[in-house]
Design a protein around this ligand. Sequence first.
Ligand code: ASP
Length: 317
Amino acid sequence: MPSSQLIRFALHGGAGVIDREHFGARESAYREALAAIAQDAHSRLLAGETSFDVVEAAVKQLEDCPFFNAGHGAVLNADGAVELDAAIMRGRDRAAGAVAGSKSARNPVCLARAIMEKSEHVLLIGDGADAFARAHEVATEPLAYFVLPERLQQLNLARAENRITLDHDEKYGVQLNPKDKTGTVGAVARDIHGSLAAATSTGGMTNKMPGRVGDAPLIGAGTWADDETCAISATGHGEFFIRCAVGYDIHARMIYADQSLANAADAVLARVQTMGGTGGLIAIDHLGNTYLPFNSPGMYRAWLDNAGKIQVAIYRD
Ligand code: ASP
C-alpha cells in the first residue's frame, strides 16, 4: 500500500497509577468508551476526513465523556474551579491553536481550533479565551456542568494532604473510585493524504494553583505535529514535559539526528523520568509507525493496528 494511503490513529485517556484490582467491573466500560471513539475516528479517516478534523472530533468525544479529566469531569484547582487547557496542531503547515485556563469552554479543543482559525494568535488564556469563545459561538457552560461530586472529594483529599496531584496517581494518596483516576486526553492521526495532526485536552492537576498551565496547551511540549516527522500528544506531570519540550525534542531528534520515532520518544521519556517525571505519550510518524510509550504503570489508550483493527489497552501488558 502506498504510504500516502496509510491511515493511522491513536488516542489516550491519561497515564498514571491505574490499580488493576480496584478497577474491576468498571474496566469494560472504559475499554468500550475508548474503542467506540477510536472506531468513530477510523470510520472518519476511511471516509477521507482530514487528520485535523479527526483528532478534534475524537478529543471532543473524550471531553464529553465523564471518565476522563477533560471537559465534563475535569479535575478542580485549589479554588474548586476548573481551568481547562487544550491544543490542536496540523502537521501540514504547523498551524496550531491553544487555550489555557478556560473556565467555561464546553469543548476546549474546539475553542483551540477556533483560536487557530479565527484569530491571529496561537494561545489565548483565561478570561480572554472565554470571551473569545462567547464572541465566536464556541459552546460555553457554567461551572456546574464540569464538576462531578467525585472531583470535589478528590480535591478535598488533595487539600488535606497539601498535595497537587496527577488525576490518576495513587502515590499521592488519592484513593478514590478508579473512575476518578483517569487523566488528560489526546489523539493523533495520519490521513489518506499523509497529513498528521495532534490534539490534547486536560483539566490539569488536582489542587493546582489557580493560573497554573500544564504541558497540554504548549505547542512543542504536550502537543506537536509536523508532516515531516511525527504527531505527538502527551500525558503526565506537565511541569516535566514542559521542561523537556517533549513534542519538539522528539521531532528534533528525528529530523536532525535521523532517529526513528521509537528511539526518539524513548530517549525523551527517559529524560523526563531522570528528572523525576512520570507519564507517557501517543505518537504517529510520517511513515505511519505508531508508538505509545509510557513510564507509569498504565495509560488508557486505543489505536488502529497495522491490520486496520482497533486495539485497546490500559496496563503495560
Ligand atoms: N499533563 C497534564 C498536566 O500536567 C496532566 C495529565 O496528563 O494528567 O496538566
